[in-house]
Write a protein that binds this ligand. Structure first.
Ligand code: GLU
Length: 324
């Protein structure tokens, strides 16, 4: 990472660059999300050294939604191992919306990847615990360790989503009919709905991302939350599937693994360097925050974080020398 001062400047510039973008619409299929203030913008960048740079509404709480999928996946990878999770949940993009029923039918009931709702439901069902309450406790504690503080559920959002999540319940029943879901389908959806309703801030997300960037060690608390191999697996999955059906475009533009959620957050990870989080509720047609995408694109470019970018290691002269 460049020095602290340059990062501070880059974060400020990213906010100025993103603020004028007022296109997109707030998600309204979960009633409480529709009430979000569309004008807010929070940005946080947490370095693996523990320094956190923040701007705007970075301490405002919102429900984590789909971003939880990345961390529950990490938890399950830790418990079940690389191969078992790969076989049960998959790693390939469906190319279809996150709540697609069609994707399941086209793939013999296989969820394809853990970042769409079907795959996330299977992942949640695989969390160790004798009862759904124990599984839920495990999830809450694990996500809390990732961000370094105890997390609570937004009760209003949990209740609103529980009333309106017929589609997720249908997906769970379909998975069960294919024999691909462990446990009671309704109970799995309930735990999943709770995990999506956990209240986090943009700063929390940045620290969670920095933990994935730092071989599983939370750089603020120093706790080893998951092994480094699990971070590697999680980031590989995010690179191919983190931004819904726009994951290819995201990787092409930003060059980093990321995960978005319908409340308006996007978390991006620069392996070995930092977690970057941005929150603003207006979404594009695929469900990705418009401003958060702008912020991240700016930071990736100005801080030189794109993992696919390189410069020649040697000059022409060096090459000539090597070959002589
Ligand atoms: N709880 C939301 C759902 O299951 C999460 C969606 C998202 O953030 O992509 O529909």
């Amino acid at each position: 990472m460049p020095g602290s001062e340059r990062v501070e400047e880059a974060v400020s510039a990213a906010v100025s660059h993103a603020l004028p973008h007022t296109e997109g619409a707030v998600a309204d299929y979960i009633p409480t999300l529709a009430e979000a203030d569309p004008g807010v913008l929070g940005v946080a960048l947490a370095e693996v050294g523990g320094e956190v740079h923040e701007r705007g509404d970075s301490r405002l709480e919102f429900s984590i939604q789909s971003i939880s999928k990345a961390f529950v996946y990490a938890l399950v990878c830790q418990e079940l191992g690389h191969r078992a999770v790969h076989d049960r949940v998959g790693v390939n993009n469906t190319g279809l919306p996150f709540n697609s029923v069609m994707a399941l039918e086209l793939n013999d009931g296989h969820p394809m990847n853990p970042m769409v709702n079907a795959g996330a439901l299977v992942t949640t069902s695989l969390v160790p615990g004798a009862t759904p309450a124990r599984q839920w406790d495990r999830i809450r504690r694990c996500l809390g360790a990732f961000c370094g503080r105890e997390l609570e559920v937004y009760e209003e959002t949990y209740r609103a989503e529980s009333r309106t999540n017929g589609r997720n319940r249908a997906i769970a029943q379909l998975l069960a009919s294919y024999g691909r879901l462990d446990g009671d389908a309704e109970a799995v959806v309930d735990v999943y709905t709770r995990q999506c309703s956990l209240a986090v801030t943009t700063r929390d997300l940045a620290v969670m991302g920095a933990t994935l960037a730092d071989g599983g060690v939370n750089p603020v608390t120093g706790q080893q939350v998951v092994p480094a191999s699990v971070c590697r697996d999680t980031l590989a999955v995010l690179a191919s599937t983190g931004l819904y059906e726009r994951s290819g475009e995201w990787l092409f533009e930003i060059g980093l693994p990321g995960k978005s959620g319908v409340s308006g957050g996007i978390l991006t990870v620069s392996p070995g360097k930092a977690g970057i989080a941005a929150f603003s509720p207006r979404l594009d047609a695929a469900g990705n925050s418009v401003r958060a995408q702008r912020v991240t694109a700016h930071l990736s470019r100005s801080l030189g974080l794109d993992v696919f970018a390189s410069t020649a290691a040697t000059t022409t002269e060096d090459h000539t020398h090597d070959q002589s």
